[in-house]
Design a protein around this ligand. Structure first.
Ligand code: ZN
Length: 444
């Protein structure tokens, strides 16, 4: 056997620096964890591959990259609806999160892993607590993950040491499927001195920093009053742009903020459904892209998004930018597809090995059915993928050369057991009568 896996006769969609290439009637050849060839169908003898997947009628494309999530928050799905951000945090999320045990977080991450695989996500940048349990869940599921243990700077030394120890255990683990980032929550929750300490520690450990920033206009106003600079400028002042930095949201980035982020090659995770549900405003995605900032897409947590569906984020991103600009030409198909894949890889600093379906890249790819009544006829593959395909059209998911789902059957996870575990925990986890709170959100 020369190849481990041959995917026969697919339409290959490959986003990259020159736009999105679409080629029909292709075979994809995989050896170990890598894509070794993409070539017209029929040139290779199927008996030279240990395993063959027939892909007629399907698209093969890079797996979707979720650049900002809180996986275990699937446990709070639908529990904090129609409330403003202050109430959302203080009366719901930070109250309910005090109920979580490490075991709860493990089963939440397992449910999230099942949902992400079923919807074609192959890499996730996750930001939460008890991240050893999240890492265990994602490794078992077969996903690729960039993990950050959330910190508020309440006990600075303890929190920094915990992240250092977590990184020592997991950074580069599971055949380098797991990477660790530092996870200060946000400039509006962490003291400034703590952000400075995080910057120093990140450089010492050689880790990137994943943080929330500039989610609302109030946060920007408060920062200007308190520090005389915007939250994004505050990150630079604290030294956080001296290494890899991933900013979730940046919805209210000013033109100066955008120039600053571009100059320091900061990545942005754009999560439009969260902004819409919390009425927080629309990020200047086109201005950020034009400045050269890698803007990936994120689901954020399910407590604000309700699903882990990156197809929906892709669609919302394109529609919102067209609407904002009153310009139907804004954020065209190829840009939306690239944001969900290769730009996500760029935002995570993974563009050398992820986000494309091309020889030499890691074999993180998905097969998507195009035979649904809601997709046919397919006059243009890119249009089908951005505006018609549903997450449930994802048929097969491969990460690091390993098949995680085939014909919509999960091969690494026991979904019945996951659902049983989650249902047994669900009611206890949304209790709020105890009056405890993890943290306090102040809009002023
Ligand atoms: Zn978030």
């Amino acid at each position: 056997m020369i190849y481990d896996l041959l995917i026969q006769q697919v339409t290959v969609v490959d986003p990259g620096p020159e736009g999105v290439m679409v080629r029909a009637e292709q075979d994809v050849l995989i050896q170990g964890s890598r894509i070794v060839a993409v070539q017209p169908t029929g040139q290779v003898d199927p008996t030279s591959a240990a395993r063959v997947i027939r892909g007629e009628g399907m698209v093969a494309m890079p797996g979707l990259i979720n650049t900002h999530a809180h996986a275990a928050m699937v446990l709070f799905r639908g529990s904090a609806e129609d409330v403003p951000i202050e109430e959302w945090f203080n009366d719901y999320i930070w109250a309910m999160e005090t109920n979580l045990t490490p075991e709860d977080i493990y089963w939440g991450a397992m449910l999230a892993a099942a949902e992400m695989i079923e919807s074609g996500i192959t890499t996730v940048a996750d930001h939460y607590f008890e991240m050893d349990r999240v890492a265990e869940a994602f490794v078992a599921a077969g996903l690729r993950a960039h993990l950050a243990w959330a910190m508020f700077g309440q006990n600075p030394r303890e929190e920094l040491d915990r992240t250092a120890a977590f990184a020592a255990r997991w950074h580069g683990a599971a055949e380098d499927r797991i990477r660790v980032w530092m996870g200060p929550h946000a400039p509006y929750t962490c003291p400034y001195e703590f952000l400075q300490e995080v910057a120093r520690e990140a450089r010492r450990l050689g880790l990137g920093v994943h943080i929330h920033v500039s989610e609302t206009t109030e946060q920007v106003q408060t920062s200007l009053q308190r520090y005389s600079v915007t939250p994004i400028q505050l990150l630079e002042r604290a030294g956080l742009m001296g290494g890899p930095l991933l900013c979730a949201h940046a919805a209210h980035a000013t033109s100066e903020d955008i120039a600053l982020m571009a100059a320091h090659r900061v990545g942005v995770a754009h999560c439009p459904k969260t902004f819409l549900k919390l009425a927080a405003g629309i990020a200047p995605v086109i201005a950020m892209r034009q400045a050269g900032i890698p803007v990936g897409l994120g689901t954020d947590g399910v407590a604000s998004n309700n699903t882990l569906d990156l197809w929906e984020q892709m669609r919302l991103t394109a529609l919102l930018q067209k609407h904002e600009r009153r310009d139907a030409r804004a954020l065209p198909l190829h840009e939306a597809l690239t944001m969900a894949t290769w730009d996500g890889a760029r935002a995570l600093g993974e563009e050398e090995r992820l986000g494309r379906l091309a020889p030499g890249y890691l074999a993180d790819l998905i097969l998507v059915r195009l035979d649904g009544a809601h997709v046919q006829p397919v006059h243009r593959v890119e249009a089908a993928l951005v505006y018609a395909v549903r997450a449930s059209d994802v048929d097969t998911v491969i990460v690091n050369g390993k098949v995680l789902m085939e014909g919509r059957r999960l091969l690494t996870l026991d979904k019945d057991e996951i659902l049983r575990q989650v249902r047994a925990r669900a009611d206890r986890l949304i209790q709020r009568a105890h009056g405890r709170r993890l943290q306090t959100y102040r809009s002023q």
